[in-house]
Design a protein around this ligand. Structure first.
Ligand code: ADP
Ligand code: NA
Length: 344
C-alpha cells in the first residue's frame, strides 16, 4: 500500500495539561509506534499560528522550547519523526499566500472557529467596536495556513481533534481547487484524510461540565504535565464529584465522577467500564486516592525527562535545527512544483 505521510501540529502553549496529553499528544506517540517503516511522520510546533493571538515575545520563546522538550519527553523520537518548529520553514507561509489567492472568502467565513471568534467579539465588544474590526486578519486566514501546513508536505493523513475536522475538509477543498486550476500532467496535491484518533475528552476538575483547558483562570481545574505528586494529590482531592453513594460510570448524570474514572482508565491503559466495575462499592475518597496515584505514576517518567531535557538548551536547539533542515527538504520539491504550475 502507498506510503502514508502523517502530519500533525500543536500550538506552543507551554506546558500541556492532562487533557492535551491524553487527548492529543499521546496519540502522536502511539502513531509513531504503530506506523509502518515506510510511513513518513511529521510533528510540528505551530508558531505561525500562535501569532494570531497576542503573545509576549519572551513567553512565546519559552513556550516553544517547553513544547519541544515536552514532545521529546513523552517519546517523540527525532530520528524516527520529523519534529520541527513550523516557523523554521518559510515554505508554510509562502504556500499559504498562494493558497489564499484561490480560497473563496465565503468558505473561510463558514468556519466555526471564525464564527465563534466573531460571536465572542460581539459579546465583548464596546458599542463603537463592531465584529470583524476587532479581529486580526490572521485569525480569518488561520485555516489557509493550516491547509498550507498539510499540503506543503503532501500529507495524506492528519490526526487532529474533532474541532479541526472542518479545517481538514477545507484543506481538501483548497487542494482540489488548486489541482483543477493548475492541472499539469497529474493532480499535484493528494486530498488529505482527517484521522479521528479515539481521544479521551478530559474534563475540568472544578467544573466537569466543561473540558479541562489552559484558558480557565482556576489553576486547580487542570493537572499539568510538570505537576509534582503533592500538586496532583491536592488537585484530585479537590475535584468536584457528587454525593451519590458508590461509583458508577455515567458521563451524563455523574460527569465529575466519570471524569475521574476516565482519567484512571487512561493512565492505567485499561477499559473505563471495567475500572468503574472495580470501584462499584467504593467511595470517592478511595477513587480519588487511586486516581492521584495513577496520574503520578503516569506522569513521573515524562516529568523527569522534561526536567532534564528542558535544561539542555543546546540539545533542544540541535533538535530544532535538524528538524528544520529535514522539514524544508521535504517541502522544497512541492514548492518548486507549485511555482512551476503557477508560472513563477
Ligand atoms: P486548550 O483547550 O487547553 O486551549 P488546545 O485548544 O490548545 O487546548 O488543544 C490542543 C490539543 O489538545 C487539541 O488537539 C485538543 O483537541 C486537545 N485537548 C485540549 N483540551 C482537551 C481535553 N480537555 N481533553 C482532551 N483533549 C483536549
Ligand atoms: Na482552546
Amino acid at each position: 500500500r502507498p506510503r502514508r505521510v502523517i502530519l500533525s501540529g500543536i500550538q506552543p502553549t507551554g506546558i500541556p495539561h492532562l487533557g492535551n496529553y491524553l487527548g492529543a499528544l499521546s496519540n502522536w506517540v502511539k502513531l509513531q509506534k504503530s506506523a509502518e517503516p515506510e510511513d513518513k511522520l511529521l510533528f510540528s510546533i505551530v508558531g505561525w499560528h500562535a501569532l494570531t493571538l497576542p503573545q509576549d515575545p519572551a513567553a512565546l520563546l519559552a513556550a516553544r522550547n517547553d513544547m519541544l522538550a515536552v514532545l521529546l519527553a513523552i517519546g517523540i523520537d527525532p530520528d524516527r519523526s520529523i519534529l520541527f518548529h513550523q516557523d523554521h520553514n518559510p515554505h508554510h507561509t509562502e504556500l499559504s499566500w498562494i493558497l489564499s489567492c484561490i480560497t473563496p472568502m465565503g468558505k473561510l467565513r463558514r468556519m466555526t472557529t471564525w464564527k465563534s471568534r466573531l460571536a465572542a467579539a460581539r459579546n465583548s465588544g464596546s458599542e463603537d467596536m463592531v465584529d470583524e474590526s476587532m479581529l486580526n486578519a490572521g485569525l480569518f486566514m488561520y485555516p489557509v495556513l493550516q491547509a498550507a501546513d498539510v499540503l506543503v508536505y503532501k500529507a495524506t493523513h492528519v490526526p487532529v481533534g474533532d474541532d479541526q475536522q472542518q479545517h481538514i475538509e477545507l484543506t481538501r477543498d483548497i487542494a482540489d481547487i488548486f489541482n483543477r486550476t493548475f492541472k499539469g500532467t497529474s493532480p499535484l496535491f493528494p486530498l488529505p484524510t482527517y484521522v479521528n484518533t479515539p481521544s479521551k475528552r478530559i474534563l475540568s476538575l472544578k467544573d466537569p461540565t466543561s473540558k479541562m483547558s489552559k484558558s480557565s483562570p482556576d489553576v486547580q481545574s487542570r493537572i499539568l504535565l510538570t505537576d509534582i505528586a503533592s500538586q496532583i494529590q491536592s488537585k484530585i482531592r479537590a475535584a468536584v464529584t457528587d454525593s451519590i453513594q458508590g461509583i458508577t460510570y455515567d458521563p451524563q448524570g455523574r460527569p465529575g465522577t466519570s471524569n475521574l474514572l476516565t482519567i484512571l482508565a487512561a493512565c492505567t491503559d485499561s477499559d473505563v467500564t471495567q475500572v468503574a466495575k472495580a470501584y462499584e462499592s467504593q467511595g470517592h475518597g478511595t477513587l480519588k486516592r487511586d486516581v492521584a496515584e495513577a496520574v503520578e505514576e503516569f506522569l513521573k517518567g515524562p516529568r523527569a525527562q522534561f526536567d532534564r531535557i528542558r535544561q539542555e538548551t543546546s540539545y533542544l536547539d540541535e533538535v530544532a535545527r535538524r528538524g528544520a533542515v529535514r522539514a524544508i527538504e521535504q517541502s522544497e520539491v512541492t514548492m518548486m512544483e507549485v511555482k512551476t504550475r503557477l508560472g513563477l
